[in-house]
Write a protein that binds this ligand. Structure first.
Ligand code: ATP
Ligand code: MG
Length: 274
């Protein structure tokens, strides 16, 4: 069964989508079967995977409103090597439409349960908010990957996200864990970035991934070609960092508790999602 991960950070423009599509492409390169779910009305993960969001007949919006199955909404661009459930502006309406519906937090979880056997990884690209859409992502996932830039305000935003994840873990989804914090757009020449990176490691220890994604212009150029950087320019520093990160993810999930198993109850709730 697939491991399902949200790529989440309520801060905008921190590298969520770049992480989702490049991790997907990196995992595909090392033989993993991957589905990317675009849970952002901006549709950047959709476009960045070479799928035109404007011409989609079925999107994650239809999946959330249960007018189609996850499999029916799945697209494939053979160039990128992974599947995509796309999104476009229509998804912004789901936020309002879901409010009055039953099981509104669990729509995505239920839809993904039907396709779980077809994939090793499902990566959910969340919007830059702690909205009902993000909540659907967090309720449907086994873990959260948090991309962050090593800047002063990044740490401040992180506590809101960690608190949300703790609440979802406690009340809605006991499977949810923070898998790790990924340092992105990193420039080691900037002293502040080094300092924030050191603080992150001091505070979150091995929850900080070893892989570091450098600031790299090829990663920024790739979406305009409808490709993840890993496919667009595999020899670039950014692409290589994401392939290394994919390998680290595969290793790291081997260390997670097996799916469906609950550790001894006392330690589970005490440990929380961190
Ligand atoms: P949003 O919150 O709007 O969804 P996001 O968190 O998904 O944004 P991205 O869209 O992935 O962030 O990245 C924001 C911008 O930074 C994009 O223009 C992207 O191409 C660029 N970018 C992301 N990662 C890198 C990197 N490692 N090096 C250079 N540019 C990058
Ligand atoms: Mg994004």
């Amino acid at each position: 069964m697939a491991r399902i991960f949200c790529v989440a950070n309520q801060k905008g423009g921190v590298g969520k989508t770049t992480t989702a599509v490049n991790l997907a492409a990196g995992l595909a390169r090392i033989g993993q079967r991957v589905l990317v779910v675009d849970l952002d009305p901006q549709g950047n993960a959709t476009m960045g995977s070479g799928i035109d969001k404007r011409s989609l007949q079925l999107t994650v919006y239809d999946v959330l409103l249960e007018s189609c199955s996850a499999a029916e909404a799945t697209q494939r661009n053979p160039k990128v090597g992974y599947d995509v459930i796309g999104a476009n502006r229509e998804l912004a309406g789901a936020e309002v439409e879901l409010v009055d519906l039953e099981r509104r937090n669990l729509r995505l979880k239920q839809a993904l349960a039907e396709v779980g056997d077809a994939y090793d990884f499902v990566l959910i690209d969340c919007p830059p908010s702690l909205s009902l859409l993000t909540l659907n992502g967090l309720c449907g996932a086994h873990g959260v990957i948090v991309p962050m830039q090593c800047e002063y305000f990044a740490l401040e935003g992180l506590s809101d996200l960690v608190n949300t994840i703790k609440q979802v873990h406690a009340n809605l989804n006991p499977d949810l864990q923070i898998i790790g914090l990924l340092r992105v757009m990193f420039d080691p020449r900037i002293t502040l970035q080094q300092q924030v990176s050191d603080q992150l490691k001091a505070h979150f220890a091995d929850k900080v991934f070893d892989s570091v994604i450098p600031r790299n212009v090829r990663l920024a150029e790739a979406p305009s070609y409808g490709l993840p950087g890993v496919v667009f320019d595999p020899s670039s520093k950014g692409a290589q960092a994401f392939v290394q990160f994919a390998a680290e993810m595969v290793q790291r999930i081997d260390r997670l508790r097996p799916l469906g198993s609950r550790p001894a109850a006392a330690t589970d709730s005490a440990a929380g999602p961190l």
